[in-house]
Design a binder for this molecule. Structure first.
Ligand SMILES: [Zn+2]
Length: 250
């Protein structure tokens, strides 16, 4: 179900023996509620939580819970390096729930550099670090059902965040890689679950993003193609592009 406020999606992958959660949301309380939900409805333990990338809305739910964290080496290192100043900055942008936020707990983590897989019991989940949206952006692929959790590398109904550390070439390559996977349903980091064509849609969107960022520099007008005019939260894109532009002048 799409988060009305544009919040991040959380996936639950159920195997015969174990359960894996994809992304932790921003809030430890929310992840705790999801764990309780899994216990009640699925009656199997949450063994693993995989984090697609370091952005707080995907990783800050990782409180001191007793599951194994699965992260790329880059995600692990970036999250380890965050300090209280970073946390305070995030808190200042969140409403009344800010007091519940903390830096993520990385105890009991398994890391991978390029790829890794885990067995949940008659279900294998494969992780690949691809970069693009951020240097550490990773995906989780559940091949037997053709489901791909693509994190913020993919858009369907919500604008992308193109941030200062986004690498547009790596992002395009990541999308090409995902096109080659056996996939019928793709889950973006934000917005609705979509079909495989959301991958080519995102690739076209990246071309549009380059056009907008060029226009910001040259003060040209850009007409928004109809296929992108219905995407929600355009401020996500504009804030990110403004930051990128400012970074160029620094
Ligand atoms: Zn992100």
């Amino acid at each position: 179900m799409e988060n009305e406020a544009g919040g991040s999606n959380v996936g639950i992958v159920v195997g015969k023996e174990k359960v894996l959660i994809v992304d932790s949301s921003l809030f430890p309380v929310k992840l705790s509620q999801i764990k309780d939900f899994v216990k009640k409805v699925i009656n199997k333990p949450v063994e693993f939580v995989f984090v697609t990338h370091y952005h707080p809305d995907h990783s800050f739910g990782l409180d001191k819970y007793d599951f194994t964290r699965i992260l790329s080496v880059e995600t692990f290192q970036t999250l380890s390096s965050l300090n209280d100043k970073y946390l305070e900055d995030i808190k200042s942008r969140v409403g009344k729930e800010a007091a519940t936020l903390k830096l993520p707990c990385l105890d009991n983590s398994i890391t991978f550099s390029e790829e890794m897989e885990v067995e949940l019991g008659k279900r294998t989940v494969r992780f690949h670090r691809l970069g693009g949206h951020t240097h550490d952006s990773s995906i989780a692929h559940v091949e037997d059902v053709g489901v791909l959790f693509a994190g913020d590398l993919l858009i369907s109904t919500v604008h992308a965040e193109v941030v200062v550390d986004s690498d547009m070439d790596a992002w395009r390559k990541a999308l090409d890689f995902m096109v080659g996977l056996n996939v019928s349903n793709v889950v973006p980091g934000h917005g609705k679950v979509a079909g495989k064509d959301a991958l080519s849609f995102t690739k076209k969107y990246l071309d549009f993003v380059e056009e907008v960022s060029e226009a910001l520099k040259t003060k040209k007008m850009v007409k928004i193609p109809t296929e992108f005019s219905k995407l929600r939260f355009p401020e996500l894109l504009l804030d990110g592009l403004t930051d990128r532009l400012l970074a160029e002048f620094r």
